[in-house]
Design a protein around this ligand. Structure first.
Ligand SMILES: *[C@@H]1O[C@H](CO)[C@@H](O)[C@H](O)[C@H]1NC(C)=O
Ligand SMILES: *[C@@H]1O[C@H](CO)[C@@H](O)[C@H](O)[C@H]1NC(C)=O
Ligand SMILES: *[C@@H]1O[C@H](CO)[C@@H](O)[C@H](O)[C@H]1NC(C)=O
Ligand SMILES: *[C@@H]1O[C@H](CO)[C@@H](O)[C@H](O)[C@H]1NC(C)=O
Ligand SMILES: *[C@@H]1O[C@H](CO)[C@@H](O)[C@H](O)[C@H]1NC(C)=O
Ligand SMILES: *[C@@H]1O[C@H](CO)[C@@H](O)[C@H](O)[C@H]1NC(C)=O
Ligand SMILES: *[C@@H]1O[C@H](CO)[C@@H](O)[C@H](O)[C@H]1NC(C)=O
Ligand SMILES: *[C@@H]1O[C@H](CO)[C@@H](O)[C@H](O)[C@H]1NC(C)=O
Length: 385
């Protein structure tokens, strides 16, 4: 090679190297920003985006494990020295699919949709069969009794007479399959559907009782959601409206707001240890606040574990903001009164086996023992994404 050409080549190589070094250094300095830019680009909900694919139909297999409590001593109900005894049975395991339907893209950077869930029984992951008999507290008779509890005593006496004449017992003896998805008919339900004071809320699926009756494949059960697409402000997945309202009618004041809570599919990035993760649940008609508990390692990736703690369970004694969730009288911590969310029937939600709740609840019954490992509610997030 000619020395002059060699020199030019040398200079060029140097320039290229310097440029590469500068570029590389910049890249190292700005990985975080570049990473975020790419992440943000993918985290926009629009037809065809990668976020859309996982959102519209959940690609991860989900299993719902249900346990029931078999009430073993209903015959002793009138003996106040004997506590009700419960035996846990299950799990009855169901494969769950989640799909978004009736998707409407709005021009205010939001999308409106409905949630459709379906379940299939998985015998090989279950302990027992759907034909097993379970004895529960008769939910229909108890709901009816709860509804008339504040009425005049003459009404209550009459009602009590009606209940006994209809051979309504304190316990309901039914197959597990009926209690969960299939539902069972009850003479009292048929009558209640005709009573103006019970049917005023226009309760759907009132013909049968079952914890999941009418939910399998229903598009309407969870209500209509309106969430942010993340196009304008990066707030992807934040709930804006539910059932076309920006405030639920079920809880007063702040407790009825959505407050930027996740609708359940996307969660904010850049989590810190003092962050609060807010997640809306249509089963509770409210959002739930999760707080940081610990760092955990999963497949070599650091995760932040967020749990349902005081902010979720306290009755307003330690966390005053929770007072408006009480719905009338506050109860000992650890149980949420979701009656308003369930058409006025006496419905309360706790963590499994009354975990983390006031010992008041387990003191009055036998056979229910909470356990942290098994019963804690948690979600683990990769903090940056
Ligand atoms: C209630 O149960 C206790 C303990 O089994 C028994 O000794 C008592 O006689 C029972 N009382 C009534 C009224 O049945
Ligand atoms: C299956 O259920 C029975 C009681 O119904 C219980 O004794 C047993 O431990 C359960 N097995 C598993 C694997 O959960
Ligand atoms: C689908 O959504 C649109 C707009 O939200 C609504 O007008 C329409 O009635 C819905 N269709 C069905 C079948 O629910
Ligand atoms: C966006 O527009 C849709 C359709 O008009 C509406 O239903 C929804 O409430 C709007 N959302 C917000 C946050 O304004
Ligand atoms: C739910 O509905 C599907 C049909 O859409 C049916 O195949 C399945 O057995 C149902 N699951 C339950 C638990 O009833
Ligand atoms: C529930 O209890 C009843 C009465 O003790 C019993 O016949 C039934 O087999 C129990 N169910 C299960 C699944 O263990
Ligand atoms: C639960 O909430 C309902 C509806 O607001 C209310 O009527 C009822 O008294 C509450 N129950 C308890 C035990 O606080
Ligand atoms: C609220 O919860 C605390 C702790 O469980 C309990 O001591 C207190 O009595 C509860 N308040 C009411 C009004 O029930």
């Amino acid at each position: 090679m000619h020395p002059k050409k060699l020199f030019t080549f040398f200079v060029c190589s140097c320039c290229v190297s310097v440029i590469l070094i500068v570029f590389g250094t910049l890249l190292i300095c700005f990985t975080h920003i570049i990473y975020e830019a790419i992440l943000k680009g993918n985290l926009v909900l629009q037809p065809g985006s990668s976020a859309f694919q996982v959102w519209v139909k959940n690609p991860v297999p989900l299993y719902l494990k249900l346990y029931l409590f078999n009430w073993t001593n209903p015959k002793d109900i009138n003996n106040h020295t004997i506590k009700p005894h419960f035996q846990k049975i299950g799990p009855y395991t169901f494969y769950e699919t989640k799909e978004k339907t009736n998707i409407t893209w709005n021009n205010n950077n939001t999308v409106t949709y409905k949630n459709m869930k379906k379940w299939w029984y998985v015998p090989e992951k279950s302990n027992g069969t759907l034909a097993d008999t379970v004895i529960s507290v008769n939910p229909v008779a108890f709901s009816a009794a709860y509804t008339v509890r504040d009425f005049h005593f003459i009404v209550k006496k009459t009602f009590s007479g009606v209940l006994s004449s209809m051979v309504q017992t304190v316990e309901a003896v039914r197959p597990v399959g009926d209690v969960l998805f299939d539902g069972y008919t009850d003479a009292l339900l048929s009558i209640a559907a005709k009573l103006p004071f019970l049917s005023k809320n226009n309760i759907p699926n009132m013909d049968k009782f079952g914890w999941f009756y009418g939910r399998n494949g229903s598009e309407d059960f969870d209500g209509e959601f309106n969430i942010d697409t993340g196009r304008s402000d990066g707030k992807i997945g934040e709930l804006e409206r539910w059932k076309f309202q920006e405030h639920t009618p079920y809880y007063p004041g702040k407790c009825g707001r959505f407050d930027g809570a996740s609708a359940g599919d996307f969660f904010p990035g850049n989590l810190k240890k003092d962050s609060i993760v807010k997640m809306f649940s249509s089963d509770l008609c409210r959002y739930v606040e999760l707080e940081f508990a610990e760092e955990v390692m999963i497949h070599g990736i650091t995760g932040y574990k967020f749990i349902a703690g005081q902010k979720f369970l306290d009755n307003g004694t330690k966390v005053p903001e929770n007072k408006c969730f009480c719905d009338g009288d506050c109860m000992p911590s650890g149980a949420l009164n979701v009656s308003n969310c369930r058409h006025g029937s006496p419905a309360f939600v706790t963590l499994p086996n009354y975990y983390s709740a006031d010992p008041y609840y387990t003191r009055h019954i036998e056979g229910v023992v909470p356990d942290k490992e098994r019963d804690e509610f948690y979600m683990i997030f990769e903090p940056m994404s």
